[in-house]
Design a protein. Sequence first.
Length: 213
Amino acid sequence: MVGAAVPIRSPRGRAAAYRALWQWPLRSPARLAVTVVTVVAVAVGMSTAIGALGGGASSGGVLAGLAPPPNSTAAGTPRAPRTDASNPAVAPAPTALPPVPALEPSTLPPAQAPAAALDVAARWANAWVRPPAGTTAQQWLDGLRSTTTEEYLGVLSGVDPANIPAERVTGEPRPVRVAERSVQAEVPTDALTLLVLVVDTENGWLVAGYDRV
């Protein structure tokens, strides 16, 4: 005799209903196959729906990334910044300035050449001419040390004094170009005329170079 049916609204009734539901696919191979196919179809459908939603958001992001910036035209040419006097954050275009003329050192009349600079030029030229036979290059260089800058003394260290053509100075220095802190003076010798550059340094007037006229 079959017992009375248990109402499905009771805990025992619900448990019996759930047990009958999950046991249904196991009662035959056909039911099991139908159940598996249904579960797979539902899973594939959910994956496809989620992928479609994600792809739409990605496509929107790509299109948004390809949109031209606010300050550029459709062809890709940047727009000129808009000037607005009421908006202090927008600076006006700079005004072109007139060209600046090249600066040149101011020169003074030759008569204003400092006597101390001309005296250094004379003493340097007398020490520069070819020394007596037997004088070493170091002795010749030491004779120039008190009237020559350290930088130019290094240049003169490679000179062989025996090859200097002049033997003596034949006249006084004559200023040919005078500036506030430099003097170029011509010094005549028995073989050529020197063009001596004397500059005002922290150690006084010193020779910083020479040429041959």
